[in-house]
Design a protein around this ligand. Structure first.
Ligand code: F6P
Length: 545
């Protein structure tokens, strides 16, 4: 990536600071009153999704100034560089070509696209053979269940997509194991039969401790049940860029599907890392998922900045992080099958943008990657929404709402929709102390009691939120939704000057973890650790006796 300006050096930054200052004391409802076209104009459509961003502390003037930031930071060129396969992951000297994984043509990258197509063919074969009952285990019984063993990007994406598309599932059961805590594998295997279970080991590096440990335990589970070493190819598939390590584990190359260094783990669900999803929903549906993402890619690379959904969401993230000091972002899917969305987005946004230096290694004197959190509505309403409505922390929110339900229970679904729209509106309108007092008097309280309680019932309102809707949650709209957040993450990264495609910050913890494991296994190690760690090591030893 090119050397670039820091955020405060971009044109319009100071004007935006002044606008933000004023908007901090402006009621959002006043923005609607002053601008009758706001509800319609602050809405965008793309790839089967609709974004309503009217309930934000944002004027048309502020929006223009934010778009100016994007122009001045060179985002247009960055988007072209992303799609053209330039080495925008500059610290690892690689492209970030997750968009090619869902492309229907090569975009001039013929060799790579050929590899993608070959991988798709292989995925399709595995998905179809499993769904047609053609894959047999060591005893000759048909494989009925697959277990995805992976962690981070090799787990969160496939798990989310598989769960979200449950209405489209075929007959093969799909399960996920990620944690190195043996309970995760043990609980999953409880209901499974070794004779009919296939493990898909997803690990780009094939070096990840959690995944290798669980895979070895899965192998022991099979051999303990009577499988020979020579039967293991009937029960293991690998998705990896490290074929040698997979072979050493005992997975032959014909059972290996590729991963490439030009795809980041958290951007990899579109590759063979998504094999478990393809098995769960079938190949046709998986292709629809890819097509939905490709439609969002097309929108992102070709729409005008003012109509560009990922760009606007990225600008809003920067707006609240850097001009309102929000430091967090809450995602509230009003669809139970999207309950894993916040987990997936956590890795996507926080592993990508949790950086303190820019792509040139320059320390950044401002907030970057916000904490992303959330849970499926309506459960959050009965736990943390109190803080959203009345807390002192500003929590910009995204509501995600499919308008139709797959359940057939339309009346009950209506309640879910009502709750979603109510929360979005309540965050905006709030309740004045006077309105709170009137409501209390209406409940029959006397004046003194109404005065005492009114401050507790009053709510500031003007709390920013977007509503993302879609007709229904389908493979295509899900693909578009995930691609939307990927590109949003890219836009905020580039405004902050960050390379969102590396993750150096996860390495030291892994190294120290290996050192500590050595100590737990009785090795002397290179010397004493800090007193706090040494005390905890002694505690662990005591608990083992
Ligand atoms: O530790 C972080 C990480 O490298 C993620 O970026 C990645 O998604 C995950 O570990 C799993 O890595 P792998 O697919 O190589 O096992």
């Amino acid at each position: 990536m090119k050397s670039r300006k820091l955020l405060p050096e971009l044109s319009g930054y100071r004007d935006l600071q002044a606008m933000a200052q004023e908007l901090k004391s402006t009621a959002m409802e006043q923005l609607f009153a002053e601008d009758p076209g706001r509800a319609a104009d602050f809405t965008l459509q793309a790839a089967g999704l609709q974004l309503d961003y009217s309930k934000h502390l944002l004027t048309r003037q502020a929006l223009e100034a934010l778009l100016e930031l994007a122009i001045d930071c060179g985002l247009e060129g960055d988007v072209a560089a992303l799609f053209d396969g330039e080495h925008i992951n500059n610290t690892e000297d690689r492209p970030a070509l997750h968009t090619l994984l869902r492309a229907s043509s090569s975009h001039g990258m013929d060799d790579r696209f050929k590899q993608v197509c070959e991988s798709r063919d292989k995925m399709q074969r595995w998905a179809e053979q499993l769904n047609d009952g053609l894959r047999k285990g060591f005893s000759g019984a048909t494989i009925t269940d697959v277990v995805n063993i992976g962690i981070g990007g090799s787990d969160l994406g496939p798990r989310l997509v598989t769960e979200a598309l449950k209405p489209f599932h075929g007959s093969v059961g799909c399960h996920f194991v990620a944690n190195v805590d043996p309970a995760d594998l043990q609980d999953t295997l409880l209901d499974l039969d070794p004779e009919t279970t296939l493990f898909i080991v997803c690990s780009k590096s094939f070096r990840t401790e959690e995944t290798l440990t669980n895979s070895l335990a899965a192998r022991a589970w099979l051999t303990n049940a009577g499988a020979n070493e020579s039967d293991l190819d009937k029960h293991f598939v690998a998705v990896t860029s490290n074929l040698a390590a997979a072979a050493e584990f005992g997975i032959p190359s014909e059972n290996c599907l590729p991963m490439w260094d030009w795809v980041g783990g958290r951007y990899s669900v579109w590759s063979a890392i998504g094999l478990s999803c393809a098995v769960a929903v079938g190949w046709t549906r998986f292709r629809e998922f890819l097509a939905g993402a490709e439609a969002m890619d097309e929108h992102f690379r070709s729409s005008d900045p003012a109509a560009n959904m990922p760009l606007l969401m990225g600008l809003l993230e920067v707006w609240y992080s850097n001009f309102f000091d929000a430091g967090n972002h809450v995602v509230l899917p009003y669809d139970n099958s999207l309950q894993r969305l916040p987990d997936f987005l956590q890795q996507l946004t926080m592993e990508s943008n949790g950086k303190r230096v820019n792509a040139d290694g320059r320390p950044l004197p401002y907030n970057t990657g916000a904490v992303l959190w959330g849970s499926a509505g309506t459960m959050g309403q009965h736990s943390f929404h109190q803080l959203l409505h009345q807390g002192t922390l500003l929590c910009p929110a995204d509501f995600v709402l499919p308008l139709q339900t797959h359940t057939g229970m339309h009346e009950q679904h209506r309640r879910l929709v009502a709750n979603c729209l109510a929360q979005s509106r309540t965050l905006m309108v709030g309740r004045t102390p006077e309105a709170a007092r009137t409501a209390l008097l209406g409940r029959g309280l006397d004046e003194a009691e109404a005065d005492r309680l009114a401050p507790h019932l009053a709510m500031p309102g003007s709390r920013p939120n977007s509503v993302i809707t879609m007709e229904c949650l389908s493979p295509a709209t899900l693909g578009a939704l995930l691609a939307l957040y990927e590109h949003r993450t890219f836009c905020s990264a580039r405004l902050w000057g960050i390379n969102p495609f590396d993750q150096w910050g996860v390495e030291l913890g892994k190294e120290i973890g290996t050192e500590i494991l050595g100590r737990l296994c009785g090795e002397e190690g290179s010397g004493e650790m800090d007193p706090a760690t040494e005390r905890l090591l002694r505690e662990w030893r005591r608990a083992q006796t």
